[in-house]
Ligand binder design. Structure first.
Ligand code: ASP
Length: 457
């Protein structure tokens, strides 16, 4: 049995619905379907999730919302019209949208979550009707009915293990089950969502919970590429990669597949196939357990991300002082900030953060508190920081990979601020200036994939 998830652009209008219905028709193992909210139909279009966020914000700030509400209704209505659905379907969708402001929410964050969730909820309801209309028996399954229980974090929830107990009770028959992605319910019964892009997570949870043989993730690209196609011209498509390669690459900027979404699939050891809704005949990219993968190249992919900042601390004899790091961590804990990496030397330490976690106003306070706690000789906040991640299972058995990464950078005069090999020995992380990040990806890519190739020993 396969769990099949379709992204927002795959379900953005009636034409896309038809493609998706054909994909489901083509394979009777595709029994469980997960939908995103309608996404962009063209460049510059607005995703329904973003329209719902505007709707929620207008309600919160007591501004008028009729225009945006109508835009949302139109997105569903245009598809319902093409499929000639019973008018009661659209009536129901309309009522649910209009009534969103009238429910009780514990606070505005829960209100926001509930509004956002309706993008996927209503698209799943609509899609189940369109499947039925096309002669494929199908049923909408609400996360409340399936028992998808999430933590009490309204717009950034995680799955509660009870979900898997609940899902194991669901039996999958010939009737397709259509689940909305992106949200679930807390134990108290409030709607909460994952972070943005979280429908991938729902698909992965269902693949694990329903013991699927395969999790197919349909999106709008032919494959996952070895480097960002906006940076490298026609990069190589990755045919097969491991779970942990995908984790490392999506962490550092590969956005095709949500980085958190891989975890339930790993736990259930369900392989993932990323495919293109617009060209479903292509193989796409398989993401598989480590023991079903034999690398043929040292490097699988190269990612780069600018979302980092670093705090540099210098103090003589730092390596001799017990508790130095502990004091810093206590300050971070006080602000509720986690760190990403902490490379250190004998007299200095760099702490790398995800910038999006730290509001600008907090930075001077954080630095002042750290100064007070550890009295460094030098403290510097470095905003201009990017991380390049070079990833490949093949690196474990290749000597000289670091040299092959650094050489093209040196040749093009790109300075390296930090270099760190992960303990798993399948990734090497490099810190550069933000302005060098894209070029660094390009030169490393060219070195490994275009020039005389470093051979795998
Ligand atoms: N619709 C949500 C978003 O735009 C979730 C998703 O598409 O995965 O973030």
């Amino acid at each position: 049995m396969k769990v099949v998830k379709f992204g927002g652009s795959s379900l953005s209008n009636a034409d896309q619905f038809k493609k998706v219905i054909n994909i489901i028709k083509a394979d009777d193992q595709r029994k469980v379907v997960v939908t995103s909210a309608p996404g962009k139909r063209f460049k510059g279009d607005i995703k329904v999730t973003d329209l719902l966020i505007s709707y929620a914000n207008a309600v919160i700030s007591k501004k008028s919302f009729e225009k945006v509400l109508q835009k949302i209704i139109n997105r569903y209505e245009s598809t319902a019209d093409v499929f000639n659905l019973n008018p009661s379907v659209m009536e129901d969708i309309k009522n649910k949208l209009v009534n969103l402001p009238n429910h009780d929410y514990p606070n505005n964050q829960y209100l926001m979550a509930a509004f956002k969730a309706h993008g996927e909820r209503l698209n799943a309801e609509l899609f189940a009707e369109c499947l039925e209309k096309s002669g494929i028996p199908a049923r909408f399954v609400d996360p409340s009915e399936a028992g998808i229980i999430l933590t009490d974090d309204p717009n950034g929830a995680s799955v509660d293990d009870e979900t898997y107990v609940n899902l194991s009770k669901i039996s999958v028959s010939n009737q397709r089950l259509v689940f909305p992605g992106f949200f679930g319910f807390t134990k108290k019964g409030n709607i909460v969502t994952f972070a943005r892009g979280g429908s991938d997570i729902t698909g992965s949870i269902l693949a694990r919970g329903l013991s699927a043989d395969l999790y197919e993730n349909f999106t709008d690209v032919n494959a996952i590429y070895a480097a960002n196609p906006n940076i490298v011209d026609h990069p190589k498509a990755i045919k097969k990669m491991t779970y942990r390669e995908m984790r490392e690459l999506s962490y550092a900027g590969f956005s095709v597949f949500n980085d958190e979404a891989i975890i339930p699939a790993i736990e259930g050891q369900v392989p993932i196939n990323v495919k293109n809704t617009n060209q479903p005949e292509l193989d796409g990219t398989m993401i598989v357990p480590e023991d079903s993968f034999k690398p043929t190249e040292p490097v699988t992919g190269i990612a780069g991300s600018n979302r980092f900042a670093a705090l540099y601390l210098h103090r003589y004899l730092l390596n001799k002082e017990a508790g130095f790091t502990l004091k810093i961590l206590q300050v971070l804990y006080k602000y509720g900030i986690s760190y990403e990496h902490m490379p250190s030397g004998i007299d200095d330490l760099t702490i790398i953060f995800d910038k999006s976690q730290i509001p600008d106003a907090t930075i001077p306070k954080l630095c002042a508190d750290i100064k007070k706690a550890v009295h460094p000789d030098e403290l510097q906040w470095i905003d201009d920081y990017a991380i390049i991640m070079v990833v490949g299972e093949g690196m474990r058995s290749t000597i000289g990979t670091i040299e092959n990464i650094i050489r093209p950078l040196a040749e093009h005069k790109i300075g390296v601020h930090m270099i760190n090999q992960g303990a798993s020995r399948i990734s090497i992380m490099i810190g550069t200036r933000e302005s060098d990040a894209n070029n660094a990806v390009k030169y490393i890519y060219t070195h490994f994939f275009k020039s005389a190739k470093p051979v795998l020993s």
